[in-house]
Design a protein around this ligand. Sequence first.
Ligand SMILES: *Cc1c(COP(=O)(O)O)cnc(C)c1O
Length: 234
Amino acid sequence: MESAAALQQSQVSAAVHAVRSRIAAACERVGRNPREVTLVGVTKTVPAERVRDALDHGISHLGESRLQEAIDKMRVLSDRAPTWHFIGHLQGNKARRAVELFDVIASVDSLELAERLEAGAEEIGRELRIHVQVKLGDEPGKHGIAIESLPDLVTAMDALPSLTVVGLMAIPPRRPDAASSRADFRLLKRAFDDLRAVRPEIEHLSMGMSSDFEMAIEEGATEVRVGTLLFGAR
Ligand SMILES: *Cc1c(COP(=O)(O)O)cnc(C)c1O
């Protein structure tokens, strides 16, 4: 009989395989190479041992949205070296700690936060890759900078030598129909292309989650952040 641990491992393995197949199919529909798309496994609320199973089955990028939870998991997984992405809302007073721990901060949406990250990065002498989080739509309480303000924010960040903007990230609002969601992805892709034309180092477009990653890929995502489909409902 299979042990519970072995069963859990095979489930994660099957889920990773299924998501990868869907990524490949989405790429094929629009003539893209699946290698252009990074799968970030989103592990909030997922226990470290399940995350380890995912690392054993081909996931090498992890997204965490709560700092303390991430710290606990990093401790358990200290024998591994995944690329850690911080994808949640980051409070200024936690910026310093986040700089120490994460490879990418994917949710920078203000110059103030960027300056805090810069101070932390300078202090420990590291270069930090960040994504600017863009807010699509006007849902109250959602984080991200308005798309119109994006060029100015990116320009202002030129003054912060330890930070390099390497991508854009968004969590699009819920829309009543697929066409509107697609329009959101297109809007972000256009902003990405405009920036990239003058800043080739901006190479990551992080959009798409369990419910919409295929559409995001069709519209140009280079990074999809998938939690539920890999690890089950939270
Ligand atoms: C939770 C989360 C995800 C993953 O969402 P799923 O629907 O579970 O795939 C992606 N991005 C961010 C920023 C998240 O907080």
